[in-house]
Structure formats: C-alpha cells, structure tokens
Design a protein. Structure first.
Length: 224
C-alpha cells in the first residue's frame, strides 16, 4: 500500500487490524490470542446466540494480553448503567443509538477510576456511516451488513461505494458483513480498510466458533 492509499490505522503499523467478534468461551479466546487477533468482541446486546453477561465478558477480558483490545458490543440504552462498571476496553455502539444520545453518553461512559473508553460506531448504510464519522467522540467506524452477525454479504456494488468513500473518512474504518477465510483477502484488497471484523464467518454453527476457521481468517486477512 503506497502513501496515497494510506488510511488512519488502528494498529499503528499499517497492517490490517483484525477483530474476532462474538466470543463466549476461553478456548476460542486462546486461539484468537495465539493466531494474532488484535481485538475480540463480546456481545452484550440481548437476542443474539452469542450474547453473554457483563460478568462473563469481564472474566474473559481479564485473560487477554495487554496488546489485545476487548470490545463490548452493545445496543440501545445499554450504556445508561455503564458508569457502575470498570470496563477498560472499548465499546461498540450500533446505529439504533441516536447521534445525540451518543454525544451525551461520552462524558458518563467511563467511571472516574477508569480510563476514557474508546468507541467504535457501527453503521449499515452510507448515511449512518457519515453521521458517525462527523462525531468527535467516536474513535473508529465499523461498516456492517443490515443484519449484523448473520453472515450475509453486502449487496452488489456496496463494497465499491465504500472503497470510493474510504479516503474521505476522518476515522479508521473496519469492514464487516459476510466475511470469511475465503472472501476476506479480496475484500481487503478492494476496500483497503484499516481493519476487518468477523463473527459468523468463523463459526461451525451459529454462535459456535471454529478454531481452524479463526486461524484461517487471520492468515487470509494478513496476506491481502
């Protein structure tokens, strides 16, 4: 990637940042660490086959090496009680959080005893992506499919639109939606995002992480 293609990086070295989302158990977490993932996501939003409790997420996150980022994936008004928790990682907000609510939430998101939390904002269309990009309290953007966690690929032409838009974004961009070990390298070459995010694409069954697929995904993402 030459200087004209450069994009703000989540890693700091220009390599593709990789987040494995929907972790629920320690063995899969160990595989992510060993295979070189940069971040792991814990789904706290209700209604997902990957949902775990905040206590479970904190317990799993405590086992991560210091260089790996723990991401709490939330929806709606989940964070209204957040100041009671000592989460030291990152929070991923979804588009059902109005921009005004997200702006108001930033001051209360971290307890006084904890460092300021980084925030990833997820969007499923270009208008949402641009709205999140304009907010100063958002640290990175995630472009996902309309049915997050479903494994469905983006509609025809969408990656081309995101690739054309990428250079105008102020914040690092993570790409998600239908990615798997067979598709991620081509998607990275086409869009050149700062990072990629996967959940169902590394599962043997809904909500069940496959250790071999995790390793294959990491390897493919880093060869692009």
């Amino acid at each position: 990637m030459n200087a004209s293609q450069a994009h703000p990086s989540l890693r700091g070295d220009g390599k593709t940042f990789v987040k494995i989302c929907g972790l629920r158990e320690a063995k899969a977490l160990d595989v992510c660490c060993d295979a070189g993932a940069d971040a792991v996501g814990f789904v706290l939003a209700a209604g997902s086959p990957r949902t775990i409790s905040m206590d479970e997420a904190e317990s799993l996150a405590a086992a991560l090496p210091s260089h790996m980022l723990a991401v709490a994936v939330v929806r709606g008004g989940f964070w209204t009680g957040w100041p009671t928790r000592a989460w030291h990682g990152c929070v991923q907000l979804h588009a059902d959080a109005a921009a005004a609510d997200a702006a108001a939430w930033r001051a209360a998101a971290s307890p006084p005893r904890a460092p300021a939390l980084r925030r990833i904002a997820a969007a499923s269309d270009i208008a949402e992506l641009l709205a999140w990009d304009a907010l100063p309290n958002i640290d990175a953007l995630l472009f996902d499919g309309r049915d997050a966690g479903s494994g469905r690929a983006h509609a025809d032409g969408m990656l081309e639109q995101i690739a054309a838009l990428r250079g105008t974004l102020q914040k690092p961009l993570l790409l998600a939606g239908g990615l798997n070990p067979d598709s991620v390298a081509a998607a990275v070459r086409q869009v050149r995002p700062a990072g990629v995010d996967v959940s169902s694409g590394v599962e043997s069954a809904r909500g069940v992480k496959d250790h071999g697929l995790i390793r294959a995904f990491l390897a493919a993402a880093r060869t692009a």
